[in-house]
Write a protein that binds this ligand. Structure first.
Ligand SMILES: O=C(O)CCC(=O)C(=O)O
Length: 260
């Protein structure tokens, strides 16, 4: 049964995330996978693993994903009608061959993974939340390193982060929440079938393990903010948002130079 906007929002606010939401039709999924395969041929897998950043303005098929009506229905249910796309990136873990013993940490050493973190540490926003969409182009399951979340952890505020000592962290600034602050016993996997998405709050603690399967795990991660949100000025880390797009409603704040 389809949830209405108030139910979507209530569940999101309580848990800090929603998962396994069907978005793409089989045809849309196939077209997206074909277009992505074209980028892999053009750039090579080393590049497409993490460097396809903010390509939504130059690629109509990518913009169509970011503005997909079913996806925006969920995003606007949570953030309200006036929404800006802040940033987007493909994040792909390619198969590297199965470690001989199943999952022992020394065999996983150096394989790409994502350390426990909160997105807000990186984005540094005030005036409104940041919401992240993870739209699956491949099935994303336990063995190929699906996203894991700590439900409710968005209610504990911003946690300290330090530089990760483990090799292979895919995050841009190699950030990580110290182990003793992560309630990993509460971790839940967010398995997705290709074409489904999960969404999570900028304060939700989340991570993902290496891909130990023989299948690719490719997702399109899109960050959205309500138009009232604005970046905190941080002289230590000046950031710019040159590729924002108003994807829904009206922007009366003009915190970004977003164009429709
Ligand atoms: O793709 C992953 O494994 C992690 C993605 C992530 O950290 C995010 O969507 O914020």
């Amino acid at each position: 049964m389809k949830q209405d906007a108030a139910e979507i929002r209530a569940q999101y606010e309580q848990q800090g995330y929603l998962s396994a939401i069907p978005i793409l039709s089989p045809e849309e999924l196939q077209q997206s996978r074909d277009a992505f395969a074209e980028l892999e041929r053009k750039h090579g897998e080393d590049y497409t693993a993490y460097s396809l950043h903010n390509i939504h303005k130059d690629n109509d098929w990518v913009m169509a994903l970011a503005k997909h009506p079913r996806l925006l229905e969920v995003v606007t249910a949570v953030l309200g009608p006036d929404v800006i796309l802040l940033d987007s990136r493909f994040i792909c873990k390619y198969p590297v061959g199965k470690p001989e013993s199943n999952g022992s940490s020394d065999k996983m050493e150096g394989l790409p993974f994502v350390a426990w973190h909160q997105d807000m540490t990186y984005w540094g926003f005030d005036g409104g939340p940041v919401l992240s969409v993870w739209l699956a182009l491949d099935d994303s399951l336990e063995d190929n390193g699906a996203l894991q979340v700590i439900p409710g952890s968005h209610q504990s505020g911003l946690l300290p982060h330090h530089q990760s000592k483990r090799a292979g962290n895919m995050l841009s600034v190699n950030q990580e929440i110290p182990e003793e602050l992560v309630q990993s016993e509460k971790a839940l996997l967010c398995p997705l079938q290709a074409g489904q998405m999960s969404v999570h709050d900028g304060l939700l603690v989340h991570a993902s393990d290496p891909n130990t399967s023989n299948r690719r795990r490719c997702g399109y991660v899109i960050r959205y903010v309500p138009t009232c949100a604005y970046p905190i000025q941080d002289p230590e880390r000046p950031r710019s948002f040159p590729d924002t797009v108003l994807v829904s409603g009206f922007d009366k704040y003009n915190h970004f130079s977003s164009k429709l």
